[in-house]
Design a protein around this ligand. Structure first.
Ligand SMILES: CC(C)(COP(=O)(O)OP(=O)(O)OC[C@H]1O[C@@H](n2cnc3c(N)ncnc32)[C@H](O)[C@@H]1O)[C@@H](O)C(=O)NCCC(=O)NCCS
Ligand SMILES: Nc1ncnc2c1ncn2[C@@H]1O[C@H](COP(=O)(O)OP(=O)(O)OP(=O)(O)O)[C@@H](O)[C@H]1O
Length: 326
């Protein structure tokens, strides 16, 4: 940029979405006091993480989120997944519907459907490639520490979902489109065994992949409603966000916790989070005491709820998208 050109360029949609995603990650990291997670107070149960590293990692992911949004925007010519399915359904009904005598799906619809399916699979595979490259950038930035693997997955899908149809960014619309992307096969995904997949298999738990494929129920049914309830109760924004994190923790099968502390760790997380909310949430004195106890207990068990933290970031991103006109 020319030194004298001080006029800010308007940001593109992809750039704004990347800003929102990075801001959600930074807000999640800064939020304090989170039980056993990296925050402003310290590194929680993580010997290899600290707040500066979380910030650097979040910032390093900006180009990746932008690229994901651009890949999804390139799908404009095919239209929205939901809309097109609806269109086909109405065409079928007009033609008599399946089972009607001599019924045949019009060729033009079959072709459009196939074309759309192919395009979405290509988008899913592009997101997989961009996400894996983003992971490498993250690992270079953090000297090999996993700071945001789960967040790349969840927020990447949501950014792509927003870019696919920026006029329709309610929590329901976003999570439905993200789930549909997550359900598509990525032929190029490596067959590696992660900590998450190991414990998900051992305990039959729903891991990060399934959470996305189901449309992020921990976010839509627990995190977002709690965020709104605590805000409405006048608990203050930081307490409302802590309460949203705790609501997610009450039921999530967090594979970070399962890997580090097994079923006893997961039970401690879920019961402890419930106890804080039942005591009045993080804005109340009784709730704060329970939160302190939960922090101590999870630290003693080395049980960091990293998956819940990622989903809080997803919650904050959706909340922002619902408020801002894109
Ligand atoms: C699906 C992912 C998360 C892999 O997860 P996997 O089950 O193999 O476990 P892994 O231990 O590597 O990571 C899990 C991460 O998810 C988070 N997490 C843990 N439990 C949960 C849960 N129940 N729900 C949601 N997130 C969770 C944690 O923070 C953890 O860091 C993802 O990393 C992946 O497949 N990436 C490949 C690249 C790709 O397709 N990217 C698409 C970008 S849109
Ligand atoms: N504030 C936070 N503090 C700590 N972890 C967080 C935070 N926010 C999100 N996370 C998530 O938690 C995960 C870190 O968990 P964990 O250290 O158990 O990962 P791992 O690489 O699977 O395991 P390990 O460190 O035992 O090798 C990160 O992938 C990140 O997505």
């Amino acid at each position: 940029m020319h030194a004298f050109n001080l006029q800010a360029q308007p940001l593109s949609l992809a750039e704004r979405l990347a800003d929102f995603a990075v801001e959600a990650l930074i807000d999640e990291a800064d939020l304090s006091p989170k039980p056993a997670l990296v925050d402003r107070r310290g590194n929680g149960a993580h010997t290899d993480l600290h707040l500066g590293l979380m910030h650097a990692s979040a910032l390093s992911l900006w180009p990746m989120f932008k690229e994901m949004a651009e890949a999804a925007q390139g799908m404009d010519n095919v239209g929205d997944m939901t809309e097109n399915t609806g269109h086909c359904r109405s065409e079928l009904a007009r033609d008599g519907g399946p089972g009607a005598a001599g019924y045949q799906v019009p060729r033009v619809i079959v072709d459009a459907h196939r074309e759309q399916a192919r395009s979405y699979r290509e988008l899913r595979e592009a997101l997989g490639r961009i996400g894996r490259e983003g992971e490498q950038v993250m690992l270079q930035t953090t000297c090999g520490v996993n700071t945001h693997r789960g967040a790349i997955w969840a927020l990447g899908l949501l950014v792509a979902a927003a870019a696919l149809d920026p006029r329709s960014v309610t929590a329901n619309a976003l999570t439905l489109r993200a789930a549909r992307l997550a359900l598509l096969e990525d032929r190029y995904a490596p067959n590696s065994t992660s900590h998450g997949s190991q414990v998900a298999q051992r305990y039959g738990a729903r891991g990060a992949r399934e959470e996305a494929q189901l449309g992020f129920p921990a976010v839509t049914r627990l995190g977002l409603p709690q965020l709104q309830r605590s805000r409405l109760a006048g608990h203050g924004e930081q307490n409302a966000r802590l309460d949203a994190l705790l609501a997610i923790m009450t039921t999530l099968a967090d594979t970070c916790v399962l890997y580090r502390a097994g079923v006893p760790g997961l039970q401690a997380m879920q019961q402890g989070a419930r106890a804080v909310l039942e005591a009045g949430g993080s804005a109340s004195l009784a709730g704060r005491r329970c939160l302190h106890e939960l922090d101590q207990q999870l630290l003693a068990m080395n049980a960091s709820p990293g998956g819940a933290a990622d989903l809080l970031a997803a919650c904050l991103l959706i909340d922002r998208l619902e408020q801002e006109a894109l």
